[in-house]
Design a protein around this ligand. Structure first.
Ligand SMILES: Nc1ncnc2c1ncn2[C@@H]1O[C@H](COP(=O)(O)OP(=O)(O)OP(=O)(O)O)[C@@H](O)[C@H]1O
Length: 622
């Protein structure tokens, strides 16, 4: 979840601030998510605390034995056996309790993961489609996989580790105080010094973190640009240009990070050094030797300090990675909770079924952010069996308007009705049986060709699947695949963009929704592919109510109605010839496209050797 350049070992202050700064999330989402397994986790924590304390007892027993052996007589040797027994039983208890705590935490975490993943899957399934298409699959994958794994690390491992590193030193210290309070105080010194130095190394981490975030952001942006632009740059013989910005961004990051590491190097190295076992031993051995030689304590009393002293400061050595894991867990909990809190598509309280397939938009406004309207006061009628084309400049709201029909989003004001029923009152399954969509960005499942086509109607027969594939002009290509209709997609076989589009058209044909939203593809690989797709679309359009997002005006010239959108408002609507005669915005758009592509905007069907450019309406009439 963070990127770090390889750095010198003691660069921990910077590294740990990175982990600590990944999120300043409050812990409450974490508690909320853990609620169902809280009891078991608490029991695991208790057992782990017992295990940690019991784990110290053998060391105490050994130091007591050492004391007695160095001080005692042979008769006292017999008194050693109870200590040996105590050491063995405490060690055994530590083992049993530790194992039980680990098993309990893992079982609780396993249930938590299952519950969380089920909740996420159920919730994501009920989210508005627009929420999923806007944010893409990355967010879902992160929540379901990465974030749930981060929570596993936290609940099944870190939690128990933290209990151990906090409880064991407490008992150790308490025991050392009973042996000699002066040397016990000295044994605390490395810990205090470590905390002080670590705190100094972390000073200013917030500002550095902000720069760290900005620098990694610049690398990510440059990496995306690099990946998507490399082919273009290379094709113009300027391959080196593509990575210039990326290299600059990574160099900038390396400079910043090494500067940060350099500025904290001395203090973070010192922090690590003062808590290192060898250093702690030295720090205790020297004053201890003085105490013994001065007769302030016995040599035997020094033994527990040499055995147990390094354990007092030990937590400092592992505090950084644990803080990182806790922060990562908190950040994951915040993301998972946010996803679970995203409002789902409200199911109607009083469901209504459409009577017919007339689509009406009345005074429709829509805003993505709740502030700026992307659509304002749109009135539109899609009569059954007609083709309506949405045209307009980029960003005018065409896709947004079209996305309201399959309820990717709900309107912010106004109504969209289908057969007289408000879309919000139609149960989702009923709506999707009536409103289909074919988008430019075709998503095929990692499944057989036939299963991909059957998606909208799983019970369809093989004959029906083949009939739709033929109509969508993809049957011939399917028969060429190694296993025909049974061929698994996405493994050995990948379809071209045009083929995938025709497959998605076959899918829509089989689903047979009477109302269809179609995002016309902006580019086809070649005239042959374009002609096939246009034929497939024509088959799809026949007899349906069609709303087409038209990127090329030539393809929708004979639509029943062309609607011109500008800044989210309908500024013109009518048939092609009428709109041209009116000499308004449509004429300007038409002229602009004709000038930009003289072959593509006017008379396309007649001028190409294939049916490339034949418009949907002509096709539907055939
Ligand atoms: N998911 C979204 N979140 C926020 N704003 C969005 C989102 N999708 C689109 N917009 C904004 O809404 C406005 C209309 O976008 P839309 O994609 O509907 O226009 P368009 O006419 O289809 O454009 P194009 O022809 O380029 O596809 C634009 O300003 C766009 O930036």
């Amino acid at each position: 979840m963070k990127s770090q350049p390889p750095g010198p070992g003691p660069a921990t202050a910077a590294e740990e601030a990175v982990g600590a700064g990944t999120s300043a999330a409050p812990p409450s989402p974490l508690r909320g998510l853990a609620e169902p397994v809280r009891g078991r986790l608490a029991l695991a924590v208790g057992l782990q605390a017992v295990a940690a304390l019991a784990g110290v007892v053998p060391f105490i027993a050994v130091s007591r034995i050492a004391e007695r052996l160095t001080e005692g007589s042979a008769a006292e040797g017999d008194a050693l056996w109870p200590l040996v027994a105590l050491a063995c039983s405490a060690g055994f208890a530590a083992l049993v309790c530790g194992t039980a705590a680990g098993a309990l935490a893992h079982l609780a975490d396993n249930d938590l993961q299952l519950t969380l993943r089920r909740r996420l899957a159920r919730h994501i399934g009920r989210l508005p489609l627009g929420r999923l298409t806007d944010r893409g699959t990355g967010e879902v994958k992160q929540a379901v996989q990465d974030d749930v794994s981060a929570l596993h690390t936290l609940f099944a491992h870190t939690l128990l580790d933290v209990v151990s590193v906090l409880t064991a030193p407490l008992l150790t210290l308490a025991y050392l105080f009973t042996v000699d309070w002066r040397l016990a105080l000295i044994s605390v010194a490395p810990l205090l010094l470590g905390v002080l130095l670590f705190g100094r190394a972390m000073a200013g981490a917030a500002a550095q973190m902000a720069e760290f975030g900005a620098a990694t952001g610049r690398i990510s942006a440059a990496a995306v640009e690099f990946a998507s632009g490399i082919a273009v740059f290379k094709s113009f013989g300027r391959g080196h240009r593509a990575h210039e910005r990326f290299v600059r961004a990574t160099e900038g990051f390396a400079d910043f990070f090494s500067g940060w590491v350099r500025s904290t190097l001395a203090t973070s190295t010192a922090a690590i050094l003062v808590v290192a076992p060898a250093v702690v031993l030295l720090l205790l051995a020297v004053p201890g030797a003085v105490f013994v030689t001065q007769g302030w304590m016995t040599g035997a009393a020094l033994v527990p300090f040499l055995l147990l002293g390094p354990a007092v400061a030990a937590p400092m050595g592992v505090v950084g990675p644990r803080i990182q894991q806790i922060r990562a867990g908190q950040a994951a909990a915040v993301r998972v909770t946010a996803l679970l809190d995203t409002p789902t598509l409200p199911e109607p309280t009083a469901p209504a079924l459409p009577d017919g397939h007339h689509v009406r938009l009345r005074a429709v406004s829509f805003s993505y952010d709740g502030n700026t309207d992307v659509l304002s006061g749109v009135d539109l009628d899609l009569a059954p069996g007609t083709v309506t084309a949405l045209v307009g400049p980029s960003g005018s709201g065409k896709s947004t308007l079209a996305s309201l029909l399959p309820r990717f989003h709900d309107v912010t004001a106004g109504t969209v009705t289908l057969g007289g029923a408000d879309l919000r009152d139609i149960p989702a399954t009923e709506l999707y049986r009536r409103v289909g969509f074919v988008l430019q960005d075709v998503r095929l499942l990692r499944a057989g060709v036939a299963d991909n086509i059957r998606l909208g109607r799983p019970e369809a027969t093989d004959e029906e699947v083949e009939r739709c594939a033929r109509a969508a002009r993809i049957h011939d290509r399917i028969t060429e695949l190694p296993d025909g209709y049974a061929t698994e997609l996405g493994t050995a076989v990948t379809l071209s963009g045009g083929e995938a589009q025709r497959l998605s058209i076959a899918r829509a044909l089989l689903a047979d929704a009477p109302v269809l939203v179609l995002d016309e593809a902006t580019a086809y690989a070649d005239p042959h592919s374009e002609a096939l797709i246009q034929d497939a679309l024509s088959a799809l359009a026949a007899g349906r109510t069609l709303l087409v997002i038209a990127h090329r005006l030539s393809t929708v010239r004979s639509a029943d109605r062309i609607v011109v959108l500008e800044d989210g408002r309908v500024t013109e609507q009518g048939r092609h010839d009428d709109l041209l005669a009116a000499g308004g915005r449509y004429t300007a758009l038409w002229d602009a496209q004709r000038n930009a592509d003289p072959d593509g905007a006017d008379g396309v069907p007649d001028q190409r050797p294939t049916r490339a450019g034949a418009d949907i309406r002509e096709g539907s009439a055939r």
